[in-house]
Design a binder for this molecule. Structure first.
Ligand code: SF4
Ligand code: SF4
Length: 390
């Protein structure tokens, strides 16, 4: 591949012939390239970098697992890294399938070097609006919980007892396997408290049967782990389940759970930092639904990320839309969820339809006030006051 350099002057003429433009490199040179492309009104489809600490933050795709959808002749990858890495990155880029590669010629523009905030906003927006090749999703197998935290974003303290039906799990997981095959890195079994489901062993076996290369994670507060059956531990071991524990400041002895998991040879990870004291996030809802869907979606950490919620054949982009019926029922409200807020996975759709659905706001985004979300509230058991969610 011949080395062709791209400079900021005349950038439009060179790049306008391509349909999709990718930048490899999120350091100074990547920022500089992004800045000049934006100035010339040219949209970047995605960023790559080998620094894993940037993946999902600044980097829309990482080259280890995310291939672009269209690295054909209509796409170009601009390599914006220092000269010493150029050769190595060129190889990685061709492994990704790119036929066209340009090398960014930096002018070391000081003005751009300090555009951190601009760059972060730009990347974050891009990240939200780029279809992801892999699907990460949550399955709420219960809705109620044995802890009932204030401000719970699944509305579990307000929920009636609910257990997902096994037939529904099987039908849905089978369909996800048809659509995405091996492109499902992990599935999170959540609730409420998922360990309350009396048929959790069957659920694990079903997920493992249809998605054998997917990591099954169980998100739990850990309380119930002290009384799980031998069968549960065996199934977890056989299916390489990972127990993801959120540690709450409720006087529970987590070391006991660690010992049991170790004894049963089941992997246990803490979702929050092991030493961290869990606090609550207040996510007020605008009951009038007058918020801007786009700005909410662009700054929502749940959007187009790992909070996609699969519930009875419907795929929602977030746990809010999937569970707001619980809030509605308890407080007699009518926050509307319409057929544009979810995808029916059993209708005639492709994996790409799912990808594009997930990178766009849904009508329910108008009820969120993402700019008013506040973090670090002292953890407490819910008093079920509506103010916890409004
Ligand atoms: S443990 Fe989790 S699901 Fe249960 S109430 Fe607390 S936040 Fe909600
Ligand atoms: S409705 Fe939109 S803004 Fe609200 S949590 Fe879901 S994705 Fe985020």
């Amino acid at each position: 591949m011949q080395d062709i350099y791209l400079e900021k002057d005349g950038i439009g003429q060179v790049l306008n012939t391509y349909e999709s433009i990718y930048i490899f490199g999120c350091g100074l040179r990547g920022k500089e390239a992004a800045y000049h492309l934006n100035k010339a009104n040219i949209k970047v489809s995605a960023f790559y970098d080998n620094d894993w600490t940037l993946w999902g933050k600044r980097v829309v795709y990482n080259w280890y697992c995310e291939k672009p959808h269209n690295a054909d002749v209509s796409a170009v990858c601009i390599i914006a890294v220092s000269k010493k890495y150029q050769y190595e990155i060129k190889n990685q880029v061709s492994e990704l399938g790119f036929k066209n590669v340009l090398l960014w010629k930096s002018s070391f523009d000081e003005e751009i070097a300090v555009q951190e905030e601009y760059f972060d906003r730009y990347i974050s927006l891009l990240n939200k609006r780029t279809p992801k090749s892999k699907l990460y999703f949550v399955m709420d197998i219960t809705e109620h919980c044995n802890l009932n935290c204030q401000m719970c974003d699944h509305f579990s303290p307000l929920s009636d007892k609910y257990f997902v039906e096994i037939q529904s799990v099987e039908k849905d997981i089978k369909r996800i396997a048809e659509l995405f095959g091996n492109d499902v890195p992990f599935v999170c079994l959540e609730g409420g408290e998922p360990l309350l489901h009396p048929e959790i062993c069957r659920i694990i076996s079903i997920v493992d049967k249809y998605l054998p290369n997917t990591e099954i994670q169980i998100f739990t507060n850990g309380i119930k782990l002290l009384s799980m059956t031998e069968e549960f531990w065996r199934v977890c071991r056989d299916s390489s389940v990972v127990l993801m524990i959120t540690k709450y400041p409720m006087g529970f002895d987590y070391s006991k759970v660690e010992s049991i998991a170790k004894l049963k040879s089941v992997e246990l990870r803490y979702f929050n930092n092991k030493e961290e004291i869990k606090s609550s996030i207040h996510k007020p809802i605008d009951l009038t639904g007058k918020q801007d869907c786009y700005s909410n979606f662009h700054s929502c950490y749940m959007a187009n990320a790992e909070c996609v919620d699969l519930k009875n054949g419907r795929l929602y982009p977030c746990t809010f839309a999937a569970n707001i019926h619980i809030f509605n029922k308890y407080y007699g409200k009518n926050i509307t969820v319409c057929d544009k807020d979810y995808l029916d996975i059993h209708s005639e759709i492709t994996a790409d339809d799912v990808r594009y659905f997930l990178c766009n706001p849904i009508p329910a985004c108008k009820y969120c006030m993402v700019d008013k979300w506040s973090y670090g509230h002292k953890w407490e058991v819910s008093k079920k006051h509506i103010e916890e969610w409004t």
